[in-house]
Design a protein around this ligand. Sequence first.
Ligand code: AMP
Length: 226
Amino acid sequence: MPELNLVLLGPPGSGKGTQGERLNEDLRLPYYATGDILRAAVRDQTELGRTAKGFMDSGDLVPDEVIVGVIAERIDSSEALDGFILDGFPRTTPQAEALDAKLEELGRSVGAVLLIDVDDGEVIRRLGGRRTCAEGGHVFHVDFNPPERDGVCDIDGSELIVRDDDKPEVIRKRLDTYHDKTEPLIDYYDQRSVLRRIQGDAPPDEVAEEIRRTLATMRLEQDEAV
Ligand code: AMP
């Protein structure tokens, strides 16, 4: 099978993480979620974490030069030779350009960008009710996926918390940042003919099915083009 370099694009709370983890299992490609990488760095109090924390807590993006290095290193690793799944990166035009430059250096390119489309109202409903396990990062939702016991993770019994960046004023800020900085990437990738739109306001199984069909169609088109 040819390599698959995949980018998941969409607003916060669009389900990129949920779908990314499924794709990671289905496609057996490494899954790099910059939000998860940065949260782990904050937890471990590394230099990266110390740099990123303030930006993250206020709903801002960490500077491009900080995050580009983190991703470039992973893409250039042996585990990513057959491809990778990126979630949360790129988020700005300079990041997309840096990704293209890095891939070009490796003789590769972005194969597909899946835009998971969800409107602002749905994002606010989803993120406002999200509860995250303090230890393992397991995710619940007060309405859509409640834990068996209020405030307690079903999986490891840890406390469930509201992530600092899931607080209402920060959600609004993250959405503004998305529209302002990340949305221009829709055009960027559309012009390069790699953008595919996925309806993100359906249940996770249906979104996963649409992604599966989209990737299968893309493969057929690529086979025909050879
Ligand atoms: P996420 O979990 O993807 O919503 O990411 C959480 C936070 O991490 C974001 O609100 C940003 O502060 C930061 N972050 C994640 N990915 C990036 C990126 N590619 N560029 C800049 N900041 C990022």
